[in-house]
Design a protein around this ligand. Sequence first.
Ligand SMILES: CC(C)(COP(=O)(O)OP(=O)(O)OC[C@H]1O[C@@H](n2cnc3c(N)ncnc32)[C@H](O)[C@@H]1OP(=O)(O)O)[C@@H](O)C(=O)NCCC(=O)NCCS
Length: 341
Amino acid sequence: MEIIELDPADGALVSGAFEVLCAAHAVDDPESPPPHEGVFVKALAHPAPDEDEVDFVAVDDGAVVGRLSIGLPKRDNLHFAGADLMVHPDHRRRGIGTALLDKFIDYARADKRTELSLTTRMTWEDGPQRSEAGRRFLEKRGFKLALTCVNRRCASDAMSPEAEQALLDKAVAAAGDEYEVISWLGRTPAELVETMCRLDSMILAEVPLGELELEPETIDAELKEAKAVRTEAIGIIPVTTVARHRASGEVVANTVIGVFEDRDFRHGFQWITIVDPDHRGHRLGTLVKVVNLRLLREQFPNVETIWTDNADVNAHMIDINVKMGYETVDASGEFMLRLDA
Ligand SMILES: CC(C)(COP(=O)(O)OP(=O)(O)OC[C@H]1O[C@@H](n2cnc3c(N)ncnc32)[C@H](O)[C@@H]1OP(=O)(O)O)[C@@H](O)C(=O)NCCC(=O)NCCS
């Protein structure tokens, strides 16, 4: 078995890596949205603009049997290193995972990263059973659970029309006349870029991070544009609704669902929802989410299910999601290892 850096232009290795993803999905979390080959391939060729990304594959007898994808933030959080690691189900318990994990730790150490993170699926309440392998594997190497996020899904028409209208009416009444709701598909309208950067830069300070020590990322117009270019290049369309405070002109609430361009794909992904702390308590979170859900249904009738994950302690967000019909599936445990500086 050898570990090779994955060249995104190497079609055979990229297909092999995608097959590992599919085989692992079928065994580890078959209820989750299936991997999408187009998005996978394009994402390899278009790395995130704020990270140094490197991918490795474990190859045995000419076949890809495992993959490791490392992301090193390059603007903020220079102490941090994150990775995805998985081994083909037919090749587990043979030390391949250990070899890939060693690769990650060596790579991160060489770049002076001191906080390393990996995620694994875990069973949540009475949801489908998830393997303990990931947790045992990571704990054996000294990783500790730092953050638990609960994965929920919701049919795009989960609420009855009456219940949905009632939820919206209540939110509209609570928000009053002070806010204007604006929605769009794709790129942020030019006149909102600056104020959206302000809100995007709050995200890491506002979402619960458990034991992870991450500083807020500073998003400027250039980075925002680069992220939008990448999202477009990999075949994902953001569906966005915001609330703008009329008096100040600032966007103070934002919600985004990521949808694949591929109209045969039936899943959408709830990305961020954030309300400026100075504007909480006016039901703006519910307001933008219900309006965005309606836009999604209208524009992407192929999207039947929306997926979201929230830190288990994020009570307000979970409360809104439950009202909208989200139900728990499983959890993702983010495990962390600290290295000496
Ligand atoms: C977790 C995973 C990467 C392990 O890969 P692997 O190649 O089987 O790992 P190794 O053979 O190197 O196992 C190393 C040690 O981890 C622990 N471990 C691995 N699988 C385990 C299992 N099913 N049950 C209990 N312990 C397990 C054991 O201590 C094992 O050592 P041992 O075989 O000498 O007892 C693999 O199961 C996987 O891809 N799971 C799904 C993806 C995932 O959860 N990734 C996140 C973890 S980074």
